[in-house]
Design a protein around this ligand. Structure first.
Ligand code: FPP
Length: 225
């Protein structure tokens, strides 16, 4: 969800107003995905690097997340959305963790869209944790190093149980991945738009999905005869 700061600056507003406007986009995109029967959406909401932002901005984002969880819970329930998170949740402030746990618990039985918020998330750190888990299992003699395969690594990532993404959308025109789902996006299709996140709405999401639907995914193989 990139470009909140630039959206605000272009309007002569403080950065936090961009984050506020970003919540409007979040609401529209999540509702559209639920209505269109999209089974999984993962939103890069706060990276491990984002902790280095000014304290006031970090505090504002944490408060915004809490308000989102409290105000939108009804909307999530109505749309049958199940909420999950990935990332180092232990780094999140205690009150935010409590609200996240409550929202996850009360949506756990929902069977529609699975909405995963990546919070205090970094893909390399996630991979390191999976490697540590496997190393511990090998040291304990539970796993033989030569048996370790891609499925075993994937099963120890925080995304285990969620399929790899079909489509990755990056707003605000940056041509980089920024430590997001590095393992999981090996064969993911990419869509980069110059639109700043607060202006990203369902009409543009639909264009991205239509473009995606016209692509041929070969997963490294040759075209079917
Ligand atoms: C990146 O834009 C955006 C963020 C670091 C925060 C994203 C947060 C929201 C959309 C608010 C709602 C989220 C939740 C989970 C309630 P940027 O600040 O890096 O923008 P810039 O690159 O233009 O400076």
């Amino acid at each position: 969800m990139d470009g909140n700061g630039r959206w605000a600056r272009a309007r002569g507003l403080p950065r936090i107003r961009g984050h506020q406007a970003g919540v409007e986009a979040l609401r529209d995109i999540v509702t559209a995905c639920a209505e269109w029967d999209i089974p999984y959406v993962t939103l890069y909401s706060f990276s491990t690097e984002n902790w280095a932002r000014p304290r006031a901005e970090v505090d504002f984002l944490m408060g915004l997340l809490q308000r989102y969880l409290r105000h939108e819970l009804d909307v999530l329930q109505k749309n049958n959305v199940r909420l999950l998170t990935i990332g180092s949740s232990e780094q999140m402030p205690e009150p935010v963790r409590r609200d996240l746990a409550a929202a996850m618990q009360s949506t756990a039985g929902n069977t529609g869209l699975t909405l995963t918020l990546a919070l205090s998330y970094g893909s390399r750190a996630e991979i390191v944790e999976a490697v540590r888990a496997l190393a511990r299992e090998a040291a304990a003699g539970v796993v033989c190093p030569d048996d370790i395969d891609e499925n075993m690594v994937a099963a120890r990532l925080q995304t285990s149980g969620t399929p790899d993404p079909d489509l990755l959308i990056r707003t605000s025109g940056e041509m980089r991945i920024s430590n997001f789902l590095l393992w999981q996006i090996a064969y993911t299709e990419l869509w980069v738009t110059p639109t700043y996140w607060p202006d990203f709405r369902r009409a543009e999401l639909l264009r991205a999905l239509e473009d995606y639907a016209g692509r041929e995914r070969r997963f490294g193989k040759v075209e079917a005869p």
